[in-house]
Unconditional design. Structure first.
Length: 510
């Protein structure tokens, strides 16, 4: 498990550029905690690709159209078979073509049910972008209603190349919408807001509840960490919160200087300290190396102190500071991690990357999901209570300043509560939606499996919900038949999907 810290430096420090060129997307790349894993195909021989002429605004078709990319594999398709559509969500679909393969959920469904599988790129990502510049005005059409309508419009009207007789649309054969993470929520929301087009849905790690103060993001991580590690982190965080809440200016300066972050304010300081923990979703191994570092720093022997209580405040603080100094890439005094620097170029209109449109949806719907510490520190939190939602929500007007009278929704009074009232979030009566979550997925706290959901985690016959033991984010999307935890869930999904497909009736059939 243990890796020399120096071996990690090329990876961990390359993500922070010089402050002179720091842009919003650079900050995002340091702190990206979302999205599906990429999947490539070794062979593209059986894969087709095309574009679909999609409405820019489904509520006003006079706004024109744009080209929305999609890929398909019809090698398993037999006449009358179902069509499985996978939307990879908030990223370019170029790196997602592997989800056509039968070692993923969408591809395996196609194989099992003699169906076709399609990957469709989400509007405003990859090359499915309607405008050259992404301003608060041109981004108005990137919203949840349009994203859902994209899926149903495609299902009803696309002319599919693998379909010889043109009878493969959602009125002709059953269609199933598959997604993970945000796109898992998109699938679930579509079942409620645009019902009657897709027959069934598979929603992995579906974050159906928008949350502004998302401090519970870190709860599953805390539960997953070895006890020694969580105790070490809690000890340091409790000390940090005590110093910032009750210490004087000299105490605070001394603490920040120990981490070589003396130029940062409290929120940036707390965010920088949270970053090693935040790696959990994408790379648990790095977090466990961070955990080991507490126990081995300064020449200590891990075996002699592995007693479940941790190493104590002095040793834990020394190790934490050494890790941050070596890996954070913040520069002298922390200047490269200063997100409050007035010189940061937030409004990057021509950056057609994953960051800008996703930031828009967080600000506009708004989804929120601000990954922060709890409102007050109780000694059990692994992220400082100095890190609060304002650290992220304040960026909305910076990234998207007013353009011709247009601003992001959160700047006009739209809230996460209002969005949840519309989608019904945790409480929607989902039907024919197969939900899967990971036991230790930090995003679990916004899914139907959330322990913070009033009434507890939700499970029903119409919307069965499975939690993969030890699983993290979208744990079943890549299929491993030898995995004793994920494979039974995949088998249950295939069985349930088969039952739902058997129930499908062609519209208008007597």
């Amino acid at each position: 498990m243990k890796t020399a810290l120096t071996a990690l430096l090329p990876f961990l420090t390359c993500i922070t550029p010089s402050i002179a060129t720091l842009k919003a997307k650079d900050i995002h790349q340091k702190n990206k905690r979302f999205g599906l894993k990429a999947a490539s195909l070794e062979s593209l021989d059986l894969v087709g690709n095309a574009t679909f002429v999609q409405n820019i605004d489904h509520s006003d078709i006079s706004q024109g159209t744009f080209e929305q990319r999609y890929w398909w594999d019809g090698s398993y398709y037999k006449k009358g078979g179902p069509v499985f559509v996978f939307n990879p969500g908030e990223q370019s679909a170029d790196d997602m073509i592997g989800y056509l393969a039968n070692d993923t959920i969408p591809g395996r469904y196609a194989q099992e049910f003699n169906g076709a599988v399609i990957i469709i790129e989400h509007r405003y990502w990859g090359k499915s972008i309607p405008f050259d510049e992404l301003t608060a005005e041109t981004l108005q059409y990137l919203n949840l209603p349009n994203a859902m309508k994209d899926m149903t419009n495609f299902a009803l009207t696309a002319e599919l190349e693998f379909c010889e007789n043109g009878d493969c649309n959602a009125n002709d054969v059953p269609w199933v919408l598959v997604g993970g993470s945000y796109s898992g929520a998109l699938a679930a929301w579509t079942s409620q807001m645009e019902p009657g087009v897709f027959h069934a849905y598979h929603a992995s790690s579906a974050v159906v509840e928008a949350v502004h103060d998302f401090w519970t993001y870190f709860s599953p991580i805390e539960q997953a960490l070895p006890t020694n590690c969580s105790n070490n982190v809690k000890t340091v965080v409790q000390h940090v919160d005590y110093v910032f809440n009750r210490g004087n200016d000299d105490d605070i300066e001394e603490l920040k200087t120990k981490f070589n972050l003396q130029d940062l304010n409290a929120m940036d300081f707390a965010e920088t300290l949270a970053n090693p923990i935040s790696e959990w979703q994408s790379d648990q191994a790095v977090v466990l190396q961070f955990c080991d570092y507490f126990e081995t720093y300064g020449g200590r022997s891990k075996t002699t102190i592995n007693n479940g209580t941790g190493v104590g405040l002095v040793a834990a603080l020394d190790a934490y500071a050494a890790w941050i100094n070596a890996t954070a890439g913040c520069g002298e005094g922390g200047s490269r991690c200063n997100t409050w620097d007035p010189e940061i170029e937030w409004n990057t209109l021509k950056d057609h990357d994953d960051y800008r449109p996703w930031q828009w949806m967080l600000c506009n719907e708004p989804f929120g999901w601000h990954q922060v510490g709890p409102p007050t520190s109780d000694g059990q939190n692994i992220v400082s209570s100095q890190l609060r939602p304002e650290q992220y929500s304040r960026r909305c007007p910076l990234v998207f300043p007013e353009t011709n009278g247009f601003v992001a929704g959160s700047m006009t009074g739209w809230t996460e509560e209002r969005l949840n009232a519309w989608t019904k979030g945790w409480d929607a009566p989902y039907k024919r939606v197969f939900f899967v979550d990971g036991e230790f997925d930090p995003w679990r706290s916004a899914t139907l499996s959330s322990n913070y959901r009033p009434g507890g985690p939700c499970n029903s016959t119409d919307a069965p919900t499975y939690v993969v033991k030890g699983g993290v984010h979208t744990p079943e999307m890549f299929i491993d038949e030898e995995d004793p935890d994920t494979w039974p869930v995949v088998e249950a999904a295939i069985k349930q999907m088969g039952s739902w497909l058997d129930e499908w009736e062609k519209p208008g059939a007597v």
